[in-house]
Design a binder for this molecule. Structure first.
Ligand SMILES: NC(=O)c1ccc[n+]([C@@H]2O[C@H](COP(=O)([O-])OP(=O)(O)OC[C@H]3O[C@@H](n4cnc5c(N)ncnc54)[C@H](OP(=O)(O)O)[C@@H]3O)[C@@H](O)[C@H]2O)c1
Length: 287
């Protein structure tokens, strides 16, 4: 984008923003982009995009070894500064742990990318209570709490933002992945609503809703041979991350990467659920 267009877009994004004397001072602190689930898959590819664009990145995940390996890969690919935080973001003190890390680094959360999530495949009635609760904690509660916690600071600064990772599945109920699809519908709804509330106040609030992506995600939930992976175009993490980053920078609220998936998204919003839900159920059923 030419410099004058970037300036114009920035002015538009901050049209209602006014500096507040009550705002905490971030002078001398480093702005960080915190990416949950940044140790592999889409999160790692997003970390590469942000790092390539000059952001200081902190990748968060549970597995220490994979985190350190991802850090080396991203630093080698981009030459940027990358920090890691080994943390289960469903822990009740997750926000406090992120804050502590930022204090140690003399930084603040400029951008949060809520990417970590799990899927659950199979009939809803057959899941165990613990798995369903964990899915809700990870896919719904954790991103909501992180977004709520860091948004006031972003609004006070009139910069930064939130990139939430949902799914094309968030646009339709998903039999045989019912809780996962419902969790992504929540993320889309939350993001679109908050984007409206904060429009013109300097922050970017965006949700990325990819169709199937080539990662270990599907196999991990036991859906590796479901028909949706055969009949849907499966995209690469690099393409998804490039689109996600670009959409975020341009201030796109809902971003569905890929032409066919965009068409799918329009169809899912227009067609009645009586028609789409049985088709989606057939695609998602475990084979
Ligand atoms: N793959 C797809 O087809 C697809 C399509 C649409 C949307 N999405 C969405 O894209 C996002 C990423 O998916 P992906 O396919 O890249 O997944 P993935 O390959 O399974 O990676 C998940 C990442 O999240 C981390 N993670 C899992 N549980 C965590 C926890 N409790 N606390 C902190 N980190 C945790 C994992 O590391 P640890 O296990 O070490 O913690 C890993 O870094 C998810 O929101 C998913 O719903 C995926």
């Amino acid at each position: 984008m030419p410099a004058f267009a970037t300036k114009l877009a920035e002015r538009w994004r901050r049209r209602y923003w006014r500096a507040s004397p009550m705002a905490p001072s971030d002078e001398g602190l480093t702005p960080f982009t915190v990416i949950t689930g940044g140790s592999r898959g889409i999160g790692k590819a997003l970390a590469v995009e942000f790092a390539n664009a000059g952001h200081h990145v902190i990748i968060v995940a549970r597995g220490k070894e994979q985190l350190e390996a991802a850090r080396s890969d991203i630093m080698e690919a981009t030459g940027a500064r990358v920090e890691t935080l080994s943390l289960d973001i469903t822990n009740s003190d997750a926000v406090a742990q992120i804050d502590r890390r930022l204090t140690k680094l003399d930084g603040f959360v400029d951008i949060i990318v809520n990417n970590a999530a799990i899927g659950l495949a199979g009939p809803f009635s057959e899941h165990d209570d613990r798995s369903v609760r964990y899915l809700c904690d990870l896919n719904v509660s954790a991103p909501t709490v992180l977004m709520r916690h860091y948004l006031p600071g972003m609004l006070a600064r009139g910069r930064g933002g939130v990139l939430n990772i949902a799914s094309l599945g968030g646009l339709v109920p998903g039999p045989y992945q019912a809780a996962y699809y419902a969790s992504k519908a929540y993320i889309i709804s939350l993001t679109e609503a908050v984007a409206h509330e904060t429009a013109g106040r300097g922050v970017r609030i965006s949700v990325l809703a990819p169709g199937p992506v080539k990662t270990a995600f599907h196999k991990a939930m036991g859906a590796g041979s479901s028909y949706y992976l055969k009949f849907h175009g499966v995209m690469s993490v690099e393409k998804i991350a490039r689109s996600g980053y670009r959409g975020f920078v341009w201030g796109q609220t809902l971003n569905v990467p890929g032409f066919l998936h965009k068409m799918n998204a329009i169809a899912l919003r227009l067609l009645p659920h009586t028609l789409t839900v049985p088709i989606v159920g057939w695609l998602l059923k475990r084979r």
